[in-house]
Design a protein around this ligand. Structure first.
Ligand code: Q0Z
Length: 287
């Protein structure tokens, strides 16, 4: 465990510790959630896959935007990060119409005040990736917001800056993933300001927990797509008839093994690095 570091924050599946005034430790557990509920059963190495992928993307996007990563710990699941002043905006980019974007489109023909052409189908690729910010909800779900509400939170100049950065990061990662058979349908970025006021990419980035990853093989707009990583868990939960209220159900061995294999497959396809090499030497993702 983190040597005498003070615990400062808990997410559903991650923890934040304070190392000192300037640095935080982000630790990704092996917990998994579906339908916003954490299961009592863990997926071995899931936290290492997510941390390895974040670190991989941080290393490869440094020239697009600086990021908060200072060091990857030998445990493969912990990142030492620069402590930033976080912007109160979830910076979501959508390349495909899914989740709340699809719901908003069905209801209003728009997403975050951006009008879309009529007749789009669920999971369809958008003409251009959209920057669709949301509020950071303390409880419950983030709320998609329009330009007016977003600029009221961060100002028009910051908004333009994070919009530009988010779209550049998404375009880079989506093109990279597409060559490796993975569709990044959408993704959420978080940004902070360093002490000089520079915008820095923070939190996790371009992981299956902060994005929708779909297998490119079998992609078929007109309905929901299977999740690259969580589909076995979702299918098991649907077959159980669980009402999706907490607590989540325990997961059987075959679902755990199949899900672990999918996380490892996403890692290996995207990074081109064997997961066992990452476990032996986490810093291989930074080269
Ligand atoms: C990230 C979060 C998590 C729960 C705060 N570099 C940074 N500086 C200041 N604050 C943060 C960061 Cl990354 C920060 N979160 C999101 C992460 C568990 C919540 F691992 N909250």
């Amino acid at each position: 465990m983190p040597e005498a570091a003070a615990h400062v924050l808990s997410g559903k599946v991650r923890e934040v510790y304070a190392l000192d005034e300037e640095r935080l430790l982000l630790v990704a557990s092996d917990r998994i959630s579906t339908f916003d509920v954490v299961h009592p059963t863990e997926i071995p190495d899931k936290g290492r896959v997510l941390t390895g992928l974040s670190a991989f993307w941080f290393a490869r996007t440094r020239e697009i935007l600086p990021n908060h990563l200072l060091a990857l710990r030998p445990d493969g699941r912990s990142m030492e990060c620069r402590r930033l002043e976080m912007l109160p905006l979830e910076c979501i980019v959508r390349g495909y119409l899914a989740g709340s974007g699809w719901k908003d489109y069905l209801r209003t023909g728009s997403v975050c005040g951006i009008e879309l052409p009529p007749g789009l189908r669920e999971s369809e690729r958008l003409p251009e990736p959209l920057f669709t910010p949301a509020t950071k909800a303390q409880e419950g779900h983030d709320e998609n917001i329009d330009w007016e509400r977003a600029t009221a939170l961060v100002g028009a100049e910051r908004y333009a800056q994070v919009e530009r950065a988010s779209l550049a990061l998404y375009r880079f990662a989506a093109a990279y993933a597409a060559e490796r058979g993975i569709i990044i349908a959408d993704t959420k970025f978080e940004f902070g300001l360093d002490r000089t006021g520079r915008v820095v990419l923070a939190d996790e980035a371009l992981t299956p927990d902060s994005s929708r990853f779909w297998p490119a093989e079998g992609y078929a707009p007109g309905g929901p797509q299977p999740s690259f990583d969580k589909q076995y868990v979702r299918d098991y939960c649907e077959a159980l008839g669980w009402d999706k209220a907490p607590p989540g159900p325990e997961l059987p061995e075959d679902v755990v093994a199949g899900t672990r294999a999918r996380y490892v497959e996403a890692f290996e396809r995207l990074t081109g690095i064997l997961f066992e090499d990452y476990l032996a030497h986490p810093k291989v993702v930074l080269r």
